[in-house]
Ligand binder design. Structure first.
Ligand code: HEC
Length: 147
């Protein structure tokens, strides 16, 4: 009889210990995924990259509206890097003397130079996603600046 009593007491103790373990350890773990425990801090990599990701999305959205960019826009986003300062020996925007001999070759020849690249200028001036029309508009914009 005494033997039976102590073994049922042991079962009771084990049951209580298991219940405590469940409450103290397992239950909080089940809340982590719901964000109720261990809230995301500013150190969370996801939280830190979020604003950047938003800016990139906005950029992509602006581009994918299908409308061709005008000459001034293409110039400012791609060509200005070299042509504003004359970097890498580029004819400087608005420099009549530098542009006159090139303008004399005709717009078509200049568009070909930009499309295929010339000297230090990479193909499409480095703007790999530029369409033919956008390159033409940018060339005309540069020609306009040199008039
Ligand atoms: C990495 C610098 C760089 C960028 C970016 C660049 N260019 Fe140039 N560009 C040059 C250089 C250098 C030359 C002179 C090439 C030569 O004559 O050897 C040149 C020459 C030209 C010419 C004269 C071509 C000819 O036939 O003489 C045109 C037109 C031109 N660029 C337009 C553009 C346009 C439009 C863009 C933007 C879409 C652009 N460039 C972007 C460096 C650049």
């Amino acid at each position: 009889m005494a033997q039976q009593q102590s073994s049922s007491r042991l079962i009771l103790v084990v049951t209580i210990v298991v219940a405590i373990v469940l409450i103290v350890v397992i239950w909080p773990l089940s809340l982590i995924g719901k964000g109720q425990v261990m809230p995301r801090s500013a150190d969370d990599p996801d939280a830190r990259i979020q604003p950047v990701a938003k800016v990139e999305l906005a950029k992509a959205a602006a581009k994918s509206d299908g409308k061709p960019r005008d000459g001034a826009t293409v110039y400012q986003s791609v060509c200005m890097a070299c042509h504003a300062s004359g970097a890498a020996g580029a004819p400087k925007a608005g420099d009549k003397a530098a542009w006159a001999p090139r303008i004399a070759t005709g717009t078509a020849a200049m568009i070909t130079s930009v499309t295929n690249g010339k000297g230090a200028m990479p193909p499409k001036g480095g703007g790999a996603d530029l369409t033919e029309g956008e390159i033409k508009a940018a060339v005309e914009h540069l020609v306009g600046l040199a008039k």
